[in-house]
Design a protein around this ligand. Sequence first.
Ligand SMILES: [Zn+2]
Length: 153
Amino acid sequence: MTACEMCGKKPAKFNTAIEGTTMHVCADCASFGEIKGRSDVRIVYKEKPKFEKKEPTIIFIQGYGARVKRAREKLGLKQEEMAKRLNERESLLHQIESEHLKPSVELARKLERELHVKIVEEISDEESHANPTTPLHAQKNSAYTFGDYIKKR
Ligand SMILES: [Zn+2]
C-alpha cells in the first residue's frame, strides 16, 4: 500500500487536489483539498528518487580508524600535523581515528590518498544486505514529508 503523501503515516486512499497538485493522501489528509476520486493506482513520481541503483553504497571498513592511525604513525606524523595536511581540525581527525565519527566520503578519499590505505568500500545493493556495517546512505527515507512543508507555511 502506498503511504499518504501528506502525513506519510496512513495508507493513501484518495486522489486529492491540494494547492493545484494532485496528491495521493489518506482519509484524514483528504480534507486539506478537493477529493477527485479514490486512488487505486500506484504513484508515478514526477521526479525520480535521488537514490538510484547506479550509485554505489559506501561503507567504512571495520577498523578504519585504526587503519588511519597506523598509517599516520607509519609516516611519523602527529595528529596535529596530519590534520594540517588534510586541512581539517585535529579534533576531527581524533574522532575519526577513535571511530567516534565517520568522515565524509570526500574526506575518506583524501585520507586514502594521503595515507595510502583503504578505508571505504563500494558495494552493490545485493551485498549491502548481507553486510552488517551501516551504509553511509542509510538515511534514504527522509522523515520530511510534503505534510511538513504545508504545515510550516
Ligand atoms: Zn495523511
